[in-house]
Write a protein that binds this ligand. Structure first.
Ligand SMILES: C[S@@+](CC[C@H](N)C(=O)[O-])C[C@H]1O[C@@H](n2cnc3c(N)ncnc32)[C@H](O)[C@@H]1O
Length: 210
């Protein structure tokens, strides 16, 4: 049905913005790629030859960008309910609450140089409720990063601001040197920011296990 016949006008959110258009023009699956691109510009977390894990990887723009950055000698493993339609990645189509450390280590064939999480639940508009569900995803991402990330590795994690965000940052600071980045591509009305941890101080789980 046409816009006029349905009587419903698209909101500016639905219409998209300059990042949505740029993502279309550059062939990325989502505008989120420009958040990672800015984090990369400011923190230089991606390098050629790295092993990278992308939690909440669907539809695939972060993985797509990471695959280009790490090059043919690197490896990108993505976890989400649905696998992105991208060549050159290794996909685990499962919830992060069900996937095991061993599954990720096996898919990576070793420990990770970078663990990234853009995981978010479907939002309800109830900010507190959305925050608490999302911060649990961030905590699970940190748990996986601690087990899978090699000494000196990095961690990038989406956080919805709220009551537990500061506590989460302190938990991450046990393992990483931490800073907060709010990329320009984050929508003005969003409470999200990214925790960027570098220089992992704690060793990962042993692998392969004898
Ligand atoms: C904002 S999207 C990620 C976009 C992605 N970074 C990109 O650039 O294409 C958030 C993703 O988190 C995923 N997610 C939410 N809960 C999850 C869970 N329990 N396990 C794995 N992925 C989850 C969603 O399925 C969704 O695809």
């Amino acid at each position: 049905m046409s816009k006029r016949r349905s009587g419903k006008k698209k909101s500016s959110y639905q219409q998209g913005d300059r990042y949505t258009q740029k993502a279309r023009d550059e062939g990325y699956a989502a505008r989120s790629v420009y958040k990672l691109q800015e984090i990369q510009k400011r923190a230089r977390i991606l390098q050629r030859g790295q092993k990278v894990v992308d939690l909440g990887c669907y539809p695939g723009s972060w993985s797509d960008y990471a695959i280009k950055q790490v090059g043919p000698k690197g490896r990108v493993v993505g976890v989400d309910f649905t696998a992105p339609a991208l060549p050159h990645g290794v996909w685990i189509a499962e919830s992060i609450y069900d996937v095991t450390t061993e599954q990720i280590l096996t898919a990576l064939d070793g420990h990770a140089d970078l663990m990234m999480s853009d995981m978010a639940p479907p939002t309800t508009g109830a900010r507190d409720a959305d925050h608490y569900v999302q911060i649990e995803l961030a905590r699970r991402a940190l748990e996986v990063a601690v087990a899978v990330g090699k000494l000196g590795s990095s961690f990038v994690c989406k956080v919805f601001e709220g009551g537990d965000a500061r506590a989460f940052q302190l938990e991450a600071q046990v393992h990483y040197k931490v800073r907060r980045i709010r990329p320009d591509a984050v929508r003005a009305n969003s409470r999200e920011w990214f925790l960027v941890g570098t220089g992992k101080k704690t060793p990962p789980a042993p692998w392969p296990v004898e």
